[in-house]
Design a protein around this ligand. Structure first.
Ligand code: SF4
Length: 481
C-alpha cells in the first residue's frame, strides 16, 4: 500500500544522545510516510525532543508549545492537521502535566518508548485523546528500533551503546528520566558500525549517558567493557576515528585506559566530567570518587597516550560549597589543564536529592562570581591549548562546507572546529592540515601536500605529540586522486 508523504519536524534540545534519538525517531516514522522537514511551519508532525538538564527546561518547552499552537490552528483552518508531540526527558519528568497545561499536545512520550512510536501515532491520529507514554518497557527499545546505519549518516556519526545510569549523582535527573543503566549487545553495535562505514562514515562517537559503564554481551558470550568494544570496532576497515562520550571517572578502567595507548583510531581527547575539585562537595554530589582519584585517572590516561587532551563539566555553587571548596576546584583545573570544558551554576532539578538541600545555598551573585572565575581560567587554558597547535599538522575530518566559497569545515582530533580552503572532494575525508591561525574556539589551516606531510610528521613527533596516523600518506593520495 502506498503511503502518502508527510512532513516531520523534530526540534532537538540538549545533548548528543538527544540528537541521536531524534534520528532514530525519524527512522521509525519514515515507513509511515514522514519525511524530515527544515521547519515547523506547515509540518504534519512536530516533535520537541526535550532535555531536562538545564534550568528552566520545561518553561522553554511550554513557550515553544505556545508558538506551535498558533501554527497548529492555522493548519486546522486550512482543514489540515498538525500533530504535536513532546519527547525526551522533560516528557518523562512531567508526563500528564504537559497535557494539562498544553491540551493541544497530542503525544507525550519518554526516551525508552521510541520504538512504540508507530502505535502511538496511530492512536493520536485517531484522535481519541492525548497519548501519554512514560513507561520503562520491559523490552529494550534498541532491539526493536530499525537497524542504524542502513541510510547514510555522513562522515561522522553517533552510535548509541548504552543508556541510563545507576550512579544517582544528587544533582542529576538522568537516573529518573532515562532509567537504569542498559548496554546494547556488542554484535548489534559492530553490525551497525559496519553498515555505517560501508555507507561512508569514517568517524563514530559511541554515546551513552555513562558510556564507559558499558558492559554489553559480546559475540563470545562474555561481557565486554568499552575498551574491548573499541578494540573490536577498530578492526573495521575504513573506520578512521573512534570517540566516546560521556564518561564517569569511576568507570575509567585499566582496559579502556590502555586502549588509548594501543588503538590509533581512538582519538586523543576525552570528555571526563569531574564537577568539583572538593572532596566534601564530591561526596555531597554522590560522585563516588575524590579529586585525587580523578587526578590519578588523568595521569594514567596521559601515561597511556601522551598528549591526550581533556574536557570536563564543572558545577559551581553546589549547596554548601564554601570558598575553600571552590578554591579546590580552581586548583584541580590548574593541575589537570583542559583543552575545553563546560561549566554551569548549580540550579536545582525538581525531584533530585540536591534540590532538597536547604543548608548552605549560595546567592545568585556568589554563584555568578564563581562561574566567572572558573570560566576565565578554563578559557585561558583553552586559548593556550589552541595556541600550542599553531604550526603543527593535524588530521582534520572535513564534514561540511564553510560559510565562505571554497571553504570546508571539520574537526581536529581534539574536537576543535577547523576551517580551511579545500575542494569539495575532500568532504568526508581525514586530511592533514597545517594550523596557521588560532582563536579562542577554533583553528584555521591549510591543507598540506604529500611532501610537507612527511616533514610535518617528523616535526610534530618532536613537538607536542598530536597523533599522526600511519595512513596519512594513503589518505593524501586519496584526496589528490
Ligand atoms: S553519572 Fe552522569 S548521568 Fe549518571 S547520575 Fe551522575 S551526572 Fe547523571
Amino acid at each position: 500500500m502506498a503511503t502518502s508523504r508527510k512532513k516531520l519536524f523534530i526540534k532537538t534540545y540538549g545533548c548528543q544522545m538527544n540528537v541521536y534519538d531524534s534520528g532514530r525517531m525519524a527512522d521509525v516514522l519514515a515507513p509511515l510516510g514522514y519525511e524530515p522537514a527544515e521547519e515547523a511551519e506547515g509540518a504534519d508532525m512536530v516533535i520537541l525532543n526535550t532535555c531536562h538538564i538545564r534550568e528552566k527546561a520545561s518553561e522553554k518547552v511550554y513557550s515553544e508549545l505556545g508558538r506551535l499552537r498558533l501554527q497548529q490552528q492555522e493548519k486546522a483552518a486550512a482543514g489540515e492537521r498538525m500533530i504535536i508531540a513532546v519527547a525526551g526527558c522533560v516528557a518523562q519528568a512531567e508526563g500528564a502535566e504537559i497535557m494539562a497545561r498544553a491540551p493541544h499536545v497530542d503525544m507525550v512520550f519518554g526516551p525508552q518508548t521510541y520504538h512504540q512510536l508507530p502505535e502511538m501515532v496511530t492512536r493520536a491520529v485517531r484522535g481519541a485523546g492525548g497519548v501519554i507514554n512514560t513507561d520503562f518497557p520491559v523490552e529494550s527499545k534498541f532491539d526493536l528500533l530499525p537497524g542504524e546505519g542502513a541510510t547514510p549518516q555522513g562522515p561522522s556519526a553517533f552510535v548509541s551503546v548504552q543508556e541510563g545510569c545507576d550512579k544517582f549523582c544528587t544533582f542529576c535527573v538522568v537516573p529518573y528520566t532515562r532509567g537504569a543503566e542498559y548496554s546494547r549487545s556488542a554484535a548489534q553495535i559492530l553490525e551497525e558500525t559496519r553498515r555505517m562505514v560501508a555507507n561512508g562514515t569514517v568517524e563514530i562517537t559511541l554515546l551513552g549517558q555513562n558510556v564507559n559503564a558499558y558492559h554489553g554481551e559480546g559475540p563470545d558470550g562474555r561481557t565486554w567493557g568499552l575498551g574491548r568494544l573499541i578494540r573490536e570496532l577498530a578492526e573495521i576497515d575504513g573506520l578512521r576515528r573512534i570517540r566516546y562520550t560521556t564518561s564517569h571517572p569511576r568507570d575509567m578502567d585499566d582496559d579502556l585506559i590502555s586502549a588509548h595507548g594501543q588503538v590509533p583510531q581512538l582519538m586523543p581527547f576525552v570528555h571526563l566530567p569531574v564537577q568539583s575539585g572538593s572532596d566534601r562537595i564530591l561526596a555531597a554530589m554522590n560522585r563516588k570518587h575524590t579529586a585525587d582519584d580523578y587526578r590519578r585517572i588523568v595521569d594514567k590516561l596521559r601515561d597511556a597516550r601522551p598528549g591526550l587532551a581533556l574536557s570536563s563539566d564543572f558545577i559551581v555553587g553546589f549547596p554548601g560549597e564554601t570558598a575553600e571548596d571552590f578554591a579546590a576546584t580552581l586548583r584541580l583545573i590548574t593541575d589537570v589543564t583542559y583543552a575545553s570544558a563546560y561549566s554551569f551554576k548549580y540550579s536545582a532539578r525538581p525531584g533530585t536529592p540536591a534540590a532538597a538541600m536547604a543548608e548552605g545555598r549560595l546567592t545568585e551573585d556568589d554563584k555568578s562570581a564563581r562561574l566567572e572565575a572558573v570560566q576565565n581560567l578554563l578559557a585561558e587554558q583553552q586559548r593556550a591549548f589552541n595556541a600550542g597547535l599553531l604550526g603543527t599538522v593535524q588530521e582534520v575530518l572535513f564534514d561540511r562546507r564553510g560559510k565562505h566559497a571554497g571553504q570546508l569545515l571539520g574537526r581536529s582530533p581534539y574536537m576543535q572546529a577547523v576551517h580551511a580552503t579545500a575542494p569539495d572532494r575532500l568532504l568526508g575525508q581525514v586530511v592533514p592540515v597545517r594550523v596557521t591561525a588560532v582563536s579562542a574556539s577554533s583553528l584555521g589551516g591549510e591543507v598540506v601536500t604529500t611532501e610537507s606531510v612527511h616533514g610535518a610528521a617528523q616535526q610534530g613527533a618532536a613537538a607536542r605529540p598530536p597523533f599522526i596516523s600511519p595512513d596519512i600518506k594513503a589518505n593524501h593520495q586519496e584526496m589528490t586522486a
